[in-house]
Design a protein around this ligand. Sequence first.
Ligand code: GLC
Length: 732
Amino acid sequence: MTDRTLEEKASLTSGSGTWHTTAAAGVPALTLADGPHGLRVQRRSGDALGLHDSVPATCFPPAVALGSSWNPRLAREVGAALAREAAALGVNVLLGPGVNIKRSPLCGRNFEYFSEDPHLTGVMGAAMVTGIQSLGVGASLKHFAVNNQETDRMRVSAEVDERTLREIYLPAFEHIVREARPYTVMCSYNRVNGVYASQHRWLLTEVLRAEWGFDGLVVSDWGAVNDRVAALAAGLDLEMPPTGTDEQITEAVRAGRLEEKILDQAVTRLIQLVRRTEGRARFDGWDAEAHHELAREAARQSAVLLKNDGGVLPLRPGRRVCVLGELARTPRYQGGGSSHVTPTRLENAWQALGEPPFAAGYRLDGGPGAGLREEAVALAAGSEVALVFLGLPEHAESEGFDRTTIDLPADQVSLLRAVADVCEEVVVVLSNGGVVSVAEWRDSATAILEGWLLGQAGGAAIADLLTGVCGPSGRLTETIPLRLADVPSHLHFPGSDGVVVYGEGRYVGYRHYDTLDVEVAYPFGHGLTYSRFDYSDLQAALDGVEVTVTNAGDRFAQEVVQLYLAFDGDRPRHELRGFAKVSLEPGESERVRFALTERDLARWSVRRHGWQVDPGTFTVEVGASSRDIRLRAELTTPGDGYVGTLSRMSTLGEWLAHPRGGEVLRAALKPGAAPADPALMRLALGVPLAKFATFGVGLSTEVVDALVAALAQDSGTDAAPAPDTGAVTATP
Ligand code: GLC
């Protein structure tokens, strides 16, 4: 690194503009571009909020939809198509996927994220990164970390305990880093337990690099760096866009406040990124029609059939059908903000359905739709089936702000009720990026198809699903609650005065609802098909689970087989540990296999600051959703054998349970020392050994110290470390 000046090296750790790194001292500039579901390349003015035009590109379904496909292969294909378009546009790094957990349905950016569950998020995100990088285009895994709201996102401190961080908010990033090896990770704007992610050494270096083995480059979210020197020292390699503060770096090095090797390693990582992406496949262009068809297939697999009373879907030919709702003609197909794509084309459901009789029913801007509702109701009165398109208008949700309600616009609900009064069969089709409540109006619908935001081909896909060209196969990746007040984070979202406390801890989504048996509108993993499936012959072992799934219906369909593990103790009711999407003809069966690893059985121990497998029995659950478990089996694990280090402050119970500690303690106790009264014994088991001397009961301080010394001698270590006070430090 000696042949570059400090000034040259410092310039390489900051961009040269909104979308380009700096070219200096033989290092070429790289091009970075949004976004997770389509290219947002701007030829003229650049902005990080999707305010200005961008070059036409395929708008694939955003993550809220693609995640609902539960199909990693599909996600990988979409990733590869994105890479093809990126390469053709000269882009080195595509700024996605976004893998933040959906902590609250109110988050304005939930359309860009996959799920409330870290396992599903990790598997889908890894597939997308693999697809993007399969052509040598770099991915940028974002937003690292704990960026689960838009409110005050550039300042807010997410206060989250260590175990919640490890079991909920980090695992998807960890899985993707370990399995798909993204070339870059993008740090988030927010603080984590008081420290900005952009200068959080524990996150960016100790966890991301030292623990998970990340060997790529860390780029800031746009404008997320608050202190250039602290960021570089913490492990952030590239500031985007530039802030004209390179001299802070050179001055810090010259003043000895920043080691030059830190600067050198950032430059080395940038040069590595150049090498990894300069060889990316060269495409003169890409097949827009083929990408549109892939977007259509992705959309088909992403919509979730929530309700289908009487099998009203698929629509039987020849029935008098009307289409109601402006969203059928003016589709919402993506979210607002930096991910916004200029599509190569856009299909709406009404045209795809052959333009049946149509009425707008409402205005998307929420303005008074004089006569619109009456016109729609009149049309419905003369129809056998009303297809009613409802959802959230663009101004209701976006990057940059959160919602305050999960309700549909009141005028849309009112229209639905009026239509249901005059038409026997009402099919609701939803378009929304964040979950909307359905409880107050779902009885007015015969069927409900949750269409999320389905990208530029979503209209055609919806028509395919409604008419039975294909069957619905999406599943919920986020619970639909009965009420906003039922959401576990509701009392703690979005925080105030620059702080948001993750008071619900690990109990996010179904982990809350299922543990407390809270009624929900539709559970995590739910989704109907046009067929039905039987599960049989569950076989479970510590290294894997097998089950047979059969299509018991009369048409081809896809099932998402879900594997949950349920442990006793301080754990959620159960947790997703595997899933597989199977495609079966009528009568056809498939044997589905899930591998199990120690990590699947583990929980995070704040005492060990590590993963721990407790000994004991747990339940394997296989089913069609978190609330539709079809088969169960019990397994027993010996645990990981961790016995821990006993100390003066270890309880009587911990000493007696310890293989060696129990032996030396029993030898030291006088016969008959144990209380005869079971309640008293139970009380004693919870008392730290050191306290018995305080209470003048049995064990003196000298005896306790001798016991600790005896154990330490056994293990060849000094006396046990200071008593574990149990104080939890979420992150240093
Ligand atoms: C935005 C987003 C990020 C995006 C970047 C560039 O603020 O948070 O996801 O990639 O800036 O537009």
